[in-house]
Each structure stands twice: as C-alpha cells, then as structure tokens.
Design a protein around this ligand. Sequence first.
Ligand SMILES: [Zn+2]
Length: 201
Amino acid sequence: MNQAFLRPDVKETADWIRDKVSENDFFNSEHIVRYLTRRIFSMEDIRQVLLSGTILEIHSHPLRSDAFLVLGAANGEPVHVVCTRDRDDNLIILYAYHPSMPTWQDEKTRTEVKGQAMDARQNAKQRTCFFCNSEIEPITVGNFDFRWEGDLYVIKKVPAGLCVQCGEKYISAEASEKIVEKIEKEAFIEKDEVRVFDYER
Ligand SMILES: [Zn+2]
C-alpha cells in the first residue's frame, strides 16, 4: 500500500480539531489537568490555540495514533498544544507548553542538532523526552506525589529528569525502587493534612 495514503490530511485534521473544540467535545490528559490546576494554562488558552492555530508537525508512531503539534497563541504568547485523534474519533489534548530554547529557536523552528552533538548525547546516555522530543535535565523534585493502593504519598527530594519543554518527569528504576521500599517500610517522616473535594458536591 502507498504509505502516503496513510498520512492524515492536514487541512481535514485542522478542521476536525476546530469542530471538536467549538463543540467543547474533547478530553484532557492528566498532564493538562495538572497544568490547569497550577494555572500554567487556562482551558480558554487551550481552546484559543486550537481554534486559531495551525498544525506545525505531525508525529507518527507505529503503535499509537498520530499526534498533532498545533502552533497558536494565548495572551499574545506563542503556545504549542499537542493533541491526538483516537480510534473512536475523540480529540485528546496531550500537553501544552511555551516553545523556548534549547528545543525551539522560535515558535516555528526547532534548534538544529548537529550530527556530532547528537552522537555525543547518545554516548553520554542522555535522553530526550518521549512526548515532545526535548532535552531532559537532572533536577530534584521537592514534593513528588503519587498514589499507591488508594493512598496519597509525598516523597521529598526525589532525583528526577525534567523535560525542559513540557515538564514531564522521569524517575530512574533505582530511584523508583527506593520510593517503593520507603512506602513498604512505612518510613514516614511526617503526616500532613490532605484537602479532599467531591466533584459532585
Ligand atoms: Zn517533553
């Protein structure tokens, strides 16, 4: 079969995204919900970008649906929103960020990675972000929160890799094991109050 036949039509996809957004018929990833609650972006920003933006890149993956990188603007600032169309024809908003160095020279241009620099990076075992292909920087996460069998845990000072562009965090196998071990030993240093909300009330 002709491979080109499988490529999604950019115009058709852009129209489909705009229709879905106008009808407020889409889903947000947990990543986006975290951005909303931290007020990095508002729902209106995301809608604005998708309604007025253009598809800058299509990322194809053999095992997943194509992801569309949409360039638009919110509050006068360029914003990239990455979304996908799942098998049931749903629009899923995956993540959003302000394009910046070192990944983006400007909102339309990725920074050129020279062959040699790429080799050096691979030799140093440095990885790029699975989601947005940007650089990952080592950081220490002040409060790393996650759930384990329904309970909420916060681990302080966790070493992690942070994507400089989309904010995704990566935890090494070693650090992950240490976290699990601490939980199993119930090695808490303190207990804190948690605010619980009921979505329905
Ligand atoms: Zn990323």
